[in-house]
Design a protein. Structure first.
Length: 213
């Protein structure tokens, strides 16, 4: 039902050029995407999370797609990003080692304004394609913070502090968790979410993002 409504409101179209296309990527634009450098796994030290996996560098075509996805009602782009993650065999093998996917939540006011949480829609697609449960009701954002992209490094850290709350400690205790976000810049949001999850007993956290700036 959810998928039917989403496709009715946002008909399938090529994620890059916008032409109607059931595969979410037309043959011409598929060649453009194939030329992009994809999927990089980083082992992280001195952070609350252990690994960072990013799909693209946040530049040119990818930047345009993400901005469309977030701010131009292009909800159908969730298919494109989820497919780009899941079609990589190494990504699939790695992600299936984890117990759940938690999308970084939006504050209720921003959610109402935008109409959808872009990370939640990608997580929903990954749940279907990889069979990893998507848990959207564990982590909540309780502070309506300033948009991180408007701030510098130190200001981002203070802006996001204590903005997230765990609703259910038991569900994350001793679990390996995929924390899904859209863009990684300073890592302040990933660190704060991971801190809260680790305090609730999470065993290991992989931060998965669509692009790294």
């Amino acid at each position: 039902m959810f998928e039917t409504i989403l496709n009715f409101l946002f008909p399938p179209a090529c994620s890059v050029c916008g032409k109607l296309n059931q595969n979410w990527l037309c043959p011409t634009c598929e060649k453009r995407v194939e030329r992009l450098e994809k999927s990089c796994l980083v082992e992280v030290e001195n952070k609350k999370y252990e690994k960072l996996l990013y799909l693209f560098q946040y530049e040119s075509l990818v930047r345009k797609l993400i901005l469309r996805y977030k701010f131009s009602n292009k909800a159908y782009l969730n298919h494109f990003f989820a497919n780009q993650i899941a079609q990589n065999e190494k990504n699939r093998e790695l992600l299936k080692e984890y117990h759940m996917i938690i999308p970084v939540p939006m504050h209720q006011k921003k959610m109402q304004k935008r109409g959808y949480n872009q990370t939640e829609l990608v997580a929903h697609e990954l749940e279907k394609s990889l069979g990893i449960p998507m848990k959207k009701d564990i982590l909540s954002k309780v502070v309506n913070t300033i948009t991180q992209s408007k701030l510098g490094g130190k200001a981002r850290q203070s802006n996001i502090q204590h903005a997230f709350f765990i609703k259910n400690d038991i569900e994350v205790e001793d679990k390996k968790i995929i924390l899904l976000d859209d863009i990684y810049t300073t890592g302040a949001t990933s660190e704060e979410c991971s801190r809260v999850l680790k305090e609730a007993g999470a065993r290991e956290i992989l931060v998965l993002v669509l692009a790294k700036d």
